[in-house]
Design a protein around this ligand. Structure first.
Ligand code: FDA
Length: 308
């Protein structure tokens, strides 16, 4: 119930102005977001990579209906990749791109514009020695996002995508994307989805996650295990052994600010551990989804309010 309300609020412009106006919000947001500008992101990348963690960076923003804004987002990614290169931090880094931030929802030619902008980001990533992963948004965008992924992979075969275990279709998508060179980040899914397309029960989502993980681990691609869930991580570690995978042909991923000790533990054990680092001003939707997925995050936020 709370999750559904928070996810509805994540898309409400009225709630957005209310939440952004709360003085304590900024300090709580800082726990999950690297900062507002490119130098903030670069600083956090330097900190995380110093102890062996890898990074994927998200220039925050989504659902734009403005062509200029979509182009600006692509330029921001290019500037970020340039800044990381300048600091010697770009090789092996990844950027995570929401297609709705680069034009997918534009009323005219949205998919075409998103593809062109995503291509520009891929060119900048290739120049920097980095990779690109397409984030997955709500289920109405899945076919479009996977279609754009296919187009991008013709020229940039290393482009990856996110699949969400809560969708009933995802096991089949994992089969389709388990071939050589394919990079798939498997997560549980963060949006409010109807029962017609998504498992509603947490245990059903977890079972689907394990089935999807099995498909990806037995496949020939590069699985990226994106979860903070100790059970999912333990199962993934077993599947790595069972499927004979080596340390360099899969990785674990977590969000910035969540379970940092476990992130360091995984990296210290010799596995690849990548941290998803969001930065920028447009933190509202991202922040509300983090509150929705864990009551403790909400408590943290409310406690901050109460002490103000
Ligand atoms: P879940 O939320 O089910 O929690 C299970 C258990 O994990 C908890 O009981 C607790 O033990 C532990 N845990 C979780 N959060 C914790 C915390 N803050 N502190 C301590 N323990 C905690 N979603 C999407 O729809 N599209 C996308 O593109 C992406 N991209 C993405 C990238 C990466 C790198 C990650 C890690 C996640 C995403 N997500 C996403 C978000 C994802 O779908 C999901 O909402 C969150 O990861 C939460 O699900 P978990 O698997 O972490 O476990």
């Amino acid at each position: 119930m709370l999750r559904a309300s928070l996810l509805a609020a994540a898309r409400s412009t009225r709630m957005r102005s209310l939440v952004e106006a709360v003085p304590v919000t900024r300090s709580v947001v800082e726990r999950f977001v690297a900062g507002a500008a490119t130098p903030d992101a670069v600083r956090v990348v330097r900190e995380l990579t110093a102890d062996g963690r890898r990074v994927t960076l998200d220039h925050l923003g989504e659902d734009t209906t403005d062509t200029t804004q979509a182009a600006r987002t692509a330029e921001a990614y290019s500037a970020l990749l340039g800044a990381l290169s300048g600091e010697g931090l770009a090789a092996g880094a990844d950027v995570s791109v929401k297609l709705s931030a680069v034009g997918q929802f534009l009323p005219v030619d949205g998919e075409k514009v998103a593809l062109e902008n995503a291509r520009k980001i891929c060119v900048a990533a290739a120049d920097a020695g980095a990779t690109v992963t397409l984030d997955m948004e709500d289920h109405t965008t899945t076919d479009s996002t996977l279609g754009i992924l296919r187009e991008l992979r013709v020229d940039f075969p290393w482009v990856g995508a996110v699949l969400q275990a809560y969708l009933a279709r995802t096991e089949a998508d994992c089969v389709d994307l388990s071939g050589p060179g394919s990079r798939v980040r498997l997560c549980k899914g963060a949006y409010a989805e109807p029962a017609s397309v998504a498992y509603q029960d947490k245990s059903e989502v977890d079972k689907s996650y394990v089935r999807c993980l099995g498909v990806l681990m037995r496949g020939k691609g590069y699985p990226m295990v994106a979860s903070h869930d100790p059970r999912m991580i333990a199962i993934a570690e077993h599947l790595v052994v069972d499927s004979g995978r080596k340390a360099d042909d899969h990785e674990f991923q977590m969000l910035y600010g969540i379970r940092p000790d476990e992130q360091r533990r995984i990296a210290a054990d010799g596995a690849a551990m990548r941290v998803y680092v969001p930065y920028g001003d447009e933190w509202y939707g991202y922040f509300m989804r983090r509150l929705a997925e864990r009551p403790a995050n909400m408590t943290f936020f409310l406690r901050g309010l109460a002490t103000k």
